[in-house]
Design a protein around this ligand. Structure first.
Ligand SMILES: Cc1ncc(COP(=O)(O)O)c(C=O)c1O
Length: 386
């Protein structure tokens, strides 16, 4: 079948890897619900042997996500955390060192500290918004610098280009968790990162109906090892969930535009509200890294955190929301509101949260694409409970 010419982001999202099915003409990629593939003879097959190794629905999704991030390969896993695990399994061994941002998604340090540290891998946590701190933490055995920008939930940015330079000055590669921005608003590989990770559970899927993770990479060795790890450790994404992401990304561009538009309006509303003590949002001109945000992102997204003053206040407010849904996760079409201290960042412990400045009164909102007036009215009535 003739390959379509794809140039713009929205066109790529709809057509890369999403070409009509060559055997039937179906315009959507079929879900290949099969565990194995019939072979014509020993060593003679159509490129597919066993579904842990590869599956055509998965191949299509991987082509699509590689194109959206501008990478040379993509490998999908059963969750974002499975993707993080795969990176560490592929590129770290006993005695290696990883530098991690100190306020990334709490599940990442939980994996590093409570699982991988037992295998002799060393970890340092630094404020990666401070390049001197990354430089200082670099060692001869540092293999990976792991950043999230903006961070979850404190909305602190790291300069991707500069962080890549620091990593490359040593023997390390830069991996960027791009979950918050999606490739629509930020493409770290174009800025020098070596790999990009996503929890596809979030904006890429966009409909809160499936978990998933992806590593988009830039070198043949990355692709080789990640494919090996899919086959060997087996935490692959199911064909159905691959299909859900393929369907989700078709509307990524329009969803992100609307998320951004609603995010700006909600951030402005929260900032003026007398019950809100502080709003963390890189779209504000007085956000300490607003200039960097404009330089490396093409939108501000819809992740906003705000301070209610105490756990009691946060609880009062969160129990009153009606249009916003109280729950973990983010990036869905519906507005999700959460309490990082007891949800996503509970594993850090009180001391760990204190260290990074994550208070008990902080509330995080992933602004959805509903009518923004309804969201603002809902937040207003919920805040009046404080
Ligand atoms: C920024 C970020 N990275 C990684 C993850 C982990 O992804 P998953 O929940 O799909 O395992 C999350 C989950 O909330 C996240 O927010």
């Amino acid at each position: 079948m003739k390959k379509k010419t794809t140039t713009g982001f929205a066109t790529k999202a709809i057509h890369e890897g999403q070409e009509p099915d060559p055997s039937t003409g179906a315009v959507t990629v079929p879900i290949f619900a099969t565990s194995t593939y019939v072979q014509e003879g020993i060593g003679k097959n159509k490129g597919y042997e066993y579904a842990r190794v590869s599956n055509p629905t998965r191949t299509r999704l991987e082509q699509n996500l590689a194109a959206l991030e501008g990478g040379t390969s993509a490998h999908v896993f059963s969750s974002g955390m499975a993707a993080v695990t795969a990176v560490t399994q592929c590129f770290l061994k006993q005695g290696d060192h990883l530098i991690c941002g100190h306020n990334v998604y709490g599940g990442v340090p939980r994996l590093f500290n409570q699982v991988l540290a037992n295998y002799g891998i060393e970890f340092s946590y630094v404020d990666t918004s401070d390049l001197a701190a990354i430089k200082k933490a670099m060692r001869w055995n540092t293999r990976i610098v792991w950043i999230e920008t903006p961070t979850n939930p404190l909305m602190v940015l790291t300069d991707i280009k500069e962080a890549a330079n620091v990593a490359h000055a040593g023997a390390a590669e830069l991996v960027v968790d791009n979950t918050f921005m999606s490739p629509y608003f930020q493409r770290p590989l174009e800025l020098g990162a070596d790999m990009v990770m996503h929890s596809t559970t979030k904006f890429l899927n966009g409909h809160s109906d499936g978990l998933g993770g992806v590593i988009v990479a830039t070198k043949p060795l990355h692709a080789e090892r990640l494919a090996f790890m899919q086959k060997t450790a087996g935490a692959i994404l199911s064909p159905f969930e691959c299909w859900l992401v393929l369907r989700g990304v078709k509307s990524l561009a329009v969803r992100m535009e609307k998320h951004d538009e609603n995010g700006r309006a909600v951030a402005a509303f929260l900032r003026k509200h007398k019950k809100v003590k502080k709003v963390l949002y890189p779209g504000f001109p007085d956000h300490p890294q607003h200039e960097l945000a404009k330089k490396q992102m093409t939108g501000f997204g819809s992740m906003i955190s705000f301070e209610t003053g105490s756990l009691k206040n946060a609880n009062k407010m969160l129990s009153k929301v009606r249009v916003c849904s109280l729950g973990e996760s983010l990036g869905g079409v519906e507005t999700l509101i959460s309490h990082p201290a007891t949800m996503t960042h509970a594993a850090l412990g009180e001391e760990g949260r204190k260290k990074i400045g994550l208070s008990d009164g902080l509330v995080r909102i992933s602004v959805g694409i509903e009518d923004v007036e309804d969201l603002i009215a809902d937040l207003d009535q919920a805040l009046s409970a404080i």
